[in-house]
Design a protein around this ligand. Structure first.
Ligand code: COA
Length: 252
């Protein structure tokens, strides 16, 4: 049974559904309940004909610190139950366009969301990182397939295997975001672009988007393969050690 949470705020502005990650005291790290809330919001967007686009943003000067590491520790016992897996599958199968408004840190899934969204805007101080391997884990959200396709194998290796962090400027150069936007303009800018998408002739826009994203069979199969490897990795000594290090503040 899905657990209700106040850590994801959902609001409507015309044809746009705005989702705000609202757990700033934990840098918007995503818990199971937050993934459930996001899945429910995606479902709302998919089934409501009035909604033409979704905006996802953070709060407190951060987009998200990625999956909650405490949840990773707890999930090692029953990883197949993690809501994160269902979220990633929902993300890959989304039919309505997703616009990201990124301020500050965008770690883990905060970065891999870039590979699924339709438009992404980031503040000059945005910082991206996919520290999966450093945490004893493997890439998720289809990033092991999509990132080399998007930016080439040598760059994907730097970001996914070495786990190098990168700036908004680098994300722009790599073609992972559309524009760098001053912090005070971010919310309005993302909202305007989402509204522009929502106001297009709806069926044409959705069909065109579907064509841009192409056949998702291979992506879904890669996501499931990553999920199985991720579940095994969660239980490993390497991962447990890395999680404990973070929780004991040794990771920072
Ligand atoms: N899971 C659980 N808690 C997290 C978290 C996460 N992914 N990221 C941050 N937090 C918590 C911290 O434990 C801390 O909690 P506390 O105040 O109870 O001690 C609080 O959020 C603030 O984090 P802190 O690290 O002190 O803030 P910072 O500004 O120095 O650094 C980050 C921000 C995002 C750079 C840093 O928190 C970080 O690297 N987080 C982990 C990222 C990560 O590896 N995510 C997993 C990706 S797969």
């Amino acid at each position: 049974m899905a657990q209700a949470t106040d850590d994801v705020l959902v609001s409507r502005d015309g044809g746009v559904l705005a989702l705000t990650l609202a757990r700033p005291q934990k840098k918007n790290a995503l818990t199971g309940a937050m993934y459930e809330a996001l899945i429910a919001a995606f479902h709302q967007a998919e089934t409501d004909d009035e909604i033409g686009a979704i905006v996802l943003r953070g709060s407190g000067g951060v987009f998200t610190a990625g999956n909650d590491i405490g949840d990773f520790i707890a999930a090692a016992q029953a990883p197949q139950k993690m809501a994160a897996y269902r979220f990633v599958e929902a993300l890959a199968q989304l039919n309505k366009p997703l616009v990201l408004a990124i301020e500050g840190a965008a770690i883990g899934i905060g970065t891999t969301l870039l590979l699924h969204c339709d438009l992404a805007f980031a503040t000059p101080d945005a910082q991206f990182k996919m520290p999966f391997v450093d945490l004893g884990l493997v890439p998720e959200a289809g990033s092991s397939l999509l990132l080399p396709q998007r930016i080439g194998m040598v760059r994907a290796t730097e970001l996914l295997l070495l786990g190098k962090g990168f700036s908004a400027q680098r994300a722009l150069e790599l073609g992972l975001i559309n524009a760098i936007v001053p912090v005070q303009a971010l919310e309005n800018h993302a909202g305007r672009e989402a509204t522009a998408l929502a106001e297009k002739p709806r069926q044409a826009m959705l069909r065109a988007r579907r064509m841009l994203h192409g056949d998702r069979t291979q992506l879904l199969s890669q996501i499931r393969e990553e999920g199985a490897a991720f579940a095994a990795a969660l239980k490993s000594g390497e991962a447990q050690k890395a999680f404990q290090k973070f929780m004991n503040k040794g990771g920072r």
